[in-house]
Write a protein that binds this ligand. Structure first.
Ligand SMILES: *Cc1c(COP(=O)(O)O)cnc(C)c1O
Length: 395
């Protein structure tokens, strides 16, 4: 797709992409229609039987949604992409569109809580076995593959919430199963999993891609046959992206490079300021030399990103005190938007996991996740400093 742009950087592609059917319009056009009138029965049948119709019925496809899909495919270096109504819509379509009863999935332990719940709670009901392995341990995912039985290997990198990394070279070289990366934290600008031989990349575009906390959207990108197969299932599963949200997604892509740059600068400064603070234990940010996989981060991440996590020395009570003492950062789930958000994973994104699952996902009661927004960096650093100083003095 769009080979004429390939010499340009991704930041430029983000500006030029998604216009192949735009009729000269620079801003995305909202096709707020669920249905289309064909010229005659022959054309109706042609649209109804296309693999990816865009002018038939919007659950199957829609021109605004297709423009967003074109943009994601181009940024990921993929042949094709399919948008969904959410990140979970994308993940569940990949899982249930590709696995049948008796299938086996290998997944990294370090996953978004919803993905873990889907795999651990629902897959067994459909006769799909799941084995979890530590995605940070070299060779662990590959070692869990059962030849002839494992259909999917699912990893998330950097993983929610602790920024653990999975080696994409290793994942991409696994032979047999279809390999999948949830790359929400990195965005298409931070890494390109498909270039390592990974088969499918997934994003919760609700996060940094749409980028303004106003759209719920997901996407899968990969080779055309695989994405078409998933789309065939998805059209009947029904988690289709709304044209309005796809428009927000494409609009978000235009400013993603500059937003990511600002958020990364703030995250780096904040992470540095947190290290050594008496209220703070371990700080995890892939851009700091203290990250246990810093060397891997340097190798595979083009941007360390706007998200970091840390452990509060005072555990849960310190978490409660911290969210109350921040004046600027907002206590809310989600990430990648204009506002700096603080989230306590054990009571939000991973609240559906029991104590054993939390421990197995390496999340403690004192784990805090920060998504840096677009405020002035110094203001965010100062807000955390004043709040943490008060948390430390009340310990
Ligand atoms: C938020 C998130 C999801 C789920 O996406 P939704 O759009 O909320 O369905 C999946 N994976 C990661 C890493 C996420 O952060």
């Amino acid at each position: 797709m769009a080979t004429k742009f390939q010499a340009w950087s991704q930041a430029t592609q983000a500006i030029t992409t998604g216009r192949s059917a735009a009729d000269g319009a620079l801003a995305p056009t909202l096709w707020a229609t669920t249905t289309f009138e064909p010229a005659d029965l022959a054309q109706a049948k042609e649209f109804a039987t296309q693999r990816r119709p865009t002018h038939f019925y919007s659950r199957y496809g829609n021109p605004t949604v297709a423009a967003f899909e074109e943009a994601i495919a181009e940024l990921e270096g993929a042949e094709s992409a399919r948008a969904f109504s959410s990140g979970m819509g994308a993940i569940s379509s990949v899982v249930f569109g590709l696995c049948t009863q008796g299938a086996h999935i290998v997944a990294s332990k370090q996953l978004y809580g919803g993905t873990r719940q889907l795999l651990e709670g629902f897959c067994p009901r459909f006769g799909i076995d799941v084995t979890f392995a530590d995605g940070t341990k070299p060779g662990a995912l590959e070692a869990a593959v059962v030849p002839g039985k494992t259909v999917l290997v699912i990893a998330e990198t950097p993983a929610n919430p602790r920024l653990d990394l999975v080696d994409l070279d290793e994942l991409g070289s696994i032979v047999g199963p279809i390999t999948v990366v949830d790359a929400t934290f990195a965005t298409p600008l931070g890494q390109q999993p498909l270039s390592y031989g990974v088969d499918l990349v997934i994003h919760s575009a609700t996060k940094a891609i749409a980028g303004h906390n106003d759209a719920t959207l997901g996407v899968v990108a990969g080779n055309a046959d695989l994405v078409d197969w998933i789309s065939g299932f998805a059209s009947l599963q029904g988690a289709c992206a709304s044209p309005a949200d796809a428009l927000s997604g494409l609009r978000g892509i235009r400013t993603l490079p500059v937003r990511l740059r600002q958020q990364t600068a703030t995250a780096h400064a904040l992470a540095e300021s947190l290290e050594g603070h008496p209220a703070v234990g371990e700080v995890r940010y892939p851009g700091l030399a203290s990250h246990p996989q810093y060397e891997l981060a340097q190798r595979q991440l083009k941007s360390a990103g706007g998200i970091l996590s840390f452990e509060l020395a005072g555990g849960y009570p310190a978490g409660e005190a911290l969210v109350q003492r921040l004046n600027l950062a907002v206590h809310a789930p989600s990430l990648g938007g204009p506002e700096t958000l603080i989230c306590h994973p054990a009571s939000t994104t991973h609240a559906g996991l029991d104590q054993a699952q939390l421990a197995d996902s390496f999340i403690s009661p004192g784990t805090i996740r920060i998504s840096c927004g677009l405020e002035e960096t110094a203001d965010i650093v100062a807000d955390f400093a004043q709040a943490l100083d008060r948390v430390a003095s009340s310990n």
